[in-house]
Design a protein around this ligand. Sequence first.
Ligand code: NAP
Length: 307
Amino acid sequence: MKKKRAAAKEVYTVVDLQNWRDVDPPIRLGVFGDPVEHSLSPQMQNAALKHCKIDMQYARFHISPDELREAKDLIRKLEFVGVNLTIPHKIAALDLLDVADDNVKRIGAVNVIKVEAGKLRGFNTDGRGFARAVREEFSVDLRDLRVLVLGAGGAARAIALQCAKENSERLVIANRSFEKAQRLADELRDFFAGPKGLGPVARLQAIRLEEAAIKFQIGHVDLIVNATRLIGLNRGEPSPIPARLLAPHLMVYDTIYSAARTPLVSAAIEAGARAVNGLSMLLHQGAQAFEIWFQREAPIEVMRKAL
Ligand code: NAP
C-alpha cells in the first residue's frame, strides 16, 4: 500500500529540511529568501512542472543568512534539482558554489543553483530575462537602444552587463552611491570601445542619481530602467526619477513587480511614454531557470498565465 504523505506547506524552514518529510509530488525545487512569503516563483514554476508532467514541486523556503550554508548542504543531500535565490542571498551564495558560470562571476550575484552530480552550479538569469522582457514589451532589442539604468546593485549589474553584451547604442548608469556606478562602468568599458553611438555624448557613462544629471541624459536615451529598490509607494519615499523629467519618446521598464502600476510606471504613462512593471522580467528569468534545471524549453505561456 502507498504510504500517505504530508500536505505541502506554504513556507518551509531549515528545520524542515533537517527533518525532511516528502509530500506528493515530492519537493525538489524552491526559492530561498528572507523574507520569501511574497515570492511569485512557486505559482509560475509549479504550473510549468505540472504542464510538462514532471513529478515534483517547487516550494518557498524561509532561510536566514546564517542558515544559508546548512540549507545548501541539505538540498545537496536531499538530491534537489536546484533552487532560486532571492533577497538577501544572491551575493552571499557565491561563496557556496562549486562552479559559477561566467555571468555569475561578472555580475557577482547568483539567482539560480542547479545541483548536478552532487555539485552546486550557479547561474544568473536576470540579464537574459530582462532582455527577453524588453523585446516582448517594446518590440525592440537592447542593441538598438540607448539605455539609462537607475541603480548599481545586483539587478542593475545583470542588466548593464546584458546591455554591454548585446552591444547597446549607449549605456548610462545612475546610482545614489556614485562610486558604485563608476566601478560598474569601468568593468564594462571594453564592451563600449567601438564606434557606435554618434553624437556629442559618450557611449558609456556613470552619473549621480540626481535630477540635474539625469535631466541632461533624457534627450540622449530611449529606455530607462529602474533597478533601484525605490518603489515610491511608501510615504515620504521618492520615485527613482522625478516625474517632470519623463517624456513621450521614452520607454520605461520598472523592475519592481509588487505593484501592477508603480508610481514610476503611472508617471511615465501620464507623460506619454510607454512603461511596464517587472513582471515580464520575473517570467523570463524564471523560464531560463526552468531551462537550466531541465534542459528543455519552458512553457512560457503556461507560466505567464500562472503569474
Ligand atoms: P541591491 O543589490 O540591494 O541594490 C539596490 C539598489 O537600489 C542600489 O543601486 C542602491 O543604491 C539603490 N537604492 C536602495 N535604496 C535607495 C534609496 N533610498 N535611494 C536611492 N537608491 C537606492 O538590490 P537588487 O537585488 O539589485 O534589487 C533591486 C530591485 O530590482 C528590487 O526592487 C528588486 O525587486 C528588483 N528585481 C526585479 C527582478 C525581476 O525579475 N523583475 C529581478 C531582480 C531584482 P546604493 O548603491 O547607493 O545603495
